[in-house]
Design a protein around this ligand. Structure first.
Ligand SMILES: Cc1cc2nc3c(=O)[nH]c(=O)nc-3n(C[C@H](O)[C@H](O)[C@H](O)COP(=O)(O)OP(=O)(O)OC[C@H]3O[C@@H](n4cnc5c(N)ncnc54)[C@H](O)[C@@H]3O)c2cc1C
Length: 512
């Protein structure tokens, strides 16, 4: 009798899905499982997407390796030869694209120019730096689990600023007179700027909705945060190259998952033939799962119909956790006029690392521009500059035509950098994660009302208890991987990686 290999179908060819497939192949010697990765999109990589703009290599999604010491993603980038040399822009393998300048976001934080709306440079030593130190210190305390008061992060930070202002010696405040009020207003605008930064870091639209206690559980790897000179997508290519040809099947969008019994049945969009599996590892984003909560006949964009519906504990975790929109907006800029002889001795002007304290003074600046912290060159001297947006602003940005975005940017630059030189926005390129039905947002966070246990619930296989002590009676039919299933590193590529390993190991243990 020929024994059939267990068939594992992995849904999603992002970092989590590809890693699970690789682990099942490598750890099983390639012959213990029949593995397929089905991916709705026309490419592998998911929220990792390297692109090009104005002669630069840019990241539309994952950008940083958040801590290099012990990071499996950093190790993959190194193995892929994508780290390049520290001194130049060439890839280790010297491919043609290796000569492109890349998005390395250098210059932070010491070369920052902080400007208040209207164009007034904020005194770095007396005003900008102390508020930045306050913000950083408070977030570090929160991440060390030392923050008190509970609730959301925004109120926590605002309490901190109020205490800081109240502690200003009365004599100094009195001496400043009317200026003290003005100073406090600028400090509040600076805190709002840092809050915008935190919104993009976490994807929470409203920091009032970001759970303070959960921040104490979140972990990065130690060491530097770096970008990948050869492009983040090289990590994906490296993962795909480790799989037997044909493992990844593109253009197959799961519409209905019938997990009533074994085998599990996967039904796809556009009439693609059904596939059956002993085990399904589902790696779709939390945004896709939220869209799927409509039930058996889920009709929201990107939704998957579960039959039977996901059990209550899973539905509640999906509903409670946060999944926000974060978008990147790149623009190519040029000085509006060639500098005169006094304009830098013939040196081409450099766009500054601009931090913006919005104060609501300039009517022409649209509301959605007020949600960004900074507009910065992707590296010193570059004419490609970048702004990050989160939440409502990020989602709104996706709905605007290019010319309206350019007008909004131009009004902002004219206000914050009145010149000379004045900077003109030539063209833009932006991501659009919120309206993409394959993602329905950018990354996850622990919202107020949720906690780390919900992330653990996200990772639990179905039927529930299937990983139990006598697990053999009810083998796990649907397993869950993806960044939103990792309790301490959620929202990152390394969380996706580690979750893929975890679910592959779950199956390997079972068939040991
Ligand atoms: C703007 C932005 C910036 C980021 N910056 C960073 C950063 O600096 N550092 C960092 O570590 N992380 C960052 N991230 C997060 C990181 O990209 C993700 O955490 C990680 O890539 C998620 O991988 P995943 O495999 O869990 O999910 P995904 O990459 O979402 O993979 C899931 C796959 O499932 C597919 N899919 C969806 N629906 C279906 C369906 N019905 N049928 C079949 N396939 C389907 C999708 O097309 C996708 O390919 C960023 C993300 C964004 C959007």
């Amino acid at each position: 009798m020929v024994t059939r290999k267990p068939r594992v179908v992995i849904v999603g060819a992002g970092v989590a899905g590809l890693t699970a497939a690789r682990r099942l192949g490598a750890a099983g010697g390639g012959d213990r499982f029949e593995v397929a990765v089905v991916e709705a999109g026309a490419r592998a990589g998911g929220r990792v997407l390297t692109s090009e703009f104005a002669g630069h290599r840019i990241e539309m999604g994952a950008t940083w390796v958040q801590g290099v010491d012990g990071s499996p993603v950093y190790a993959l980038a190194r193995d892929a030869g994508a780290l390049g040399s520290r001194s130049g822009n060439k890839d280790e393998d010297g491919d043609a694209a290796g000569s492109l300048p890349y998005e390395r976001m250098d210059g932070f934080p010491d070369r920052v120019l902080t400007v208040a709306e209207g164009g007034e440079v904020v005194d770095a030593d007396r005003v900008a730096r102390p508020v930045e130190e306050l913000y950083r210190g408070m977030m570090e305390a929160a991440r060390a689990g030392e923050a008190r008061g509970g609730g959301g992060v925004e109120e926590y930070l605002r309490r901190g600023l109020r205490a800081y202002q109240a502690a200003r010696p009365a004599a100094a405040a009195a001496a400043a007179g009317g200026e003290n009020k003005e100073l406090e207003e600028v400090e509040e605008a600076l805190l709002a700027m840092h809050i915008n930064r935190e919104r993009t870091d976490t994807s929470a639209d409203d920091l009032g909705d970001l759970d303070l206690a959960a921040e104490g559980e979140y972990r990065d790897f130690p060491g530097e945060h770096v970008t990948i000179p050869g492009g983040y997508s090289r990590v994906v290519d490296h993962l795909v190259a480790a799989l037997p040809p044909g493992t990844v099947r593109l253009g197959l969008r799961l519409r209905r998952l019938d997990w009533r019994g074994s085998p599990v049945r996967l039904h796809f969009a556009d009439g693609a033939p059904e596939i059956t599996a002993d085990h399904v590892i589902l790696t779709v984003s939390l945004g896709v799962l939220k869209a799927s909560l409509g039930g058996k006949d889920a009709s929201a964009a990107g939704a998957i119909a579960f039959d039977p519906p996901l059990p209550q504990f899973k539905r509640e975790a999906v509903a409670r956790l946060g999944f926000g929109a974060v978008n990147k907006l790149f623009m190519e800029v040029e000085p509006a006029e060639a500098p005169g002889p006094e304009g830098g001795g013939g040196q081409p002007p450099e766009f500054p690392f601009l931090h913006m304290a919005f104060r609501g003074h300039v009517a022409k600046i649209p509301w959605w521009m007020r949600g960004t912290e900074s507009i910065c060159p992707v590296h010193a001297g570059s004419r490609v500059v970048l702004a990050w947006f989160a939440g409502r602003e990020a989602a709104h940005l996706e709905s605007l035509p290019d010319d309206e975005v350019i007008r909004g940017l131009q009004a902002t630059l004219d206000s914050f950098l009145p010149g000379p030189p004045q900077w003109r926005v030539k063209r833009i390129k932006r991501s659009g994660w919120a309206t993409d039905p394959l993602f329905v947002g950018s990354y996850s966070y622990v919202a107020v009302g949720s906690n780390g246990e919900d992330l653990d619930r996200m990772a639990e296989p179905l039927p529930r208890g299937s990983r139990g002590d006598d697990g053999r009676a009810s083998p796990p039919r649907v397993l869950f991987a993806g960044e939103a299933t990792h309790r301490t590193h959620y929202s990152t590529t390394h969380a996706a990686y580690m979750s893929g390993v975890r679910e592959a190991e779950r199956l390997l243990q079972r068939y040991r």
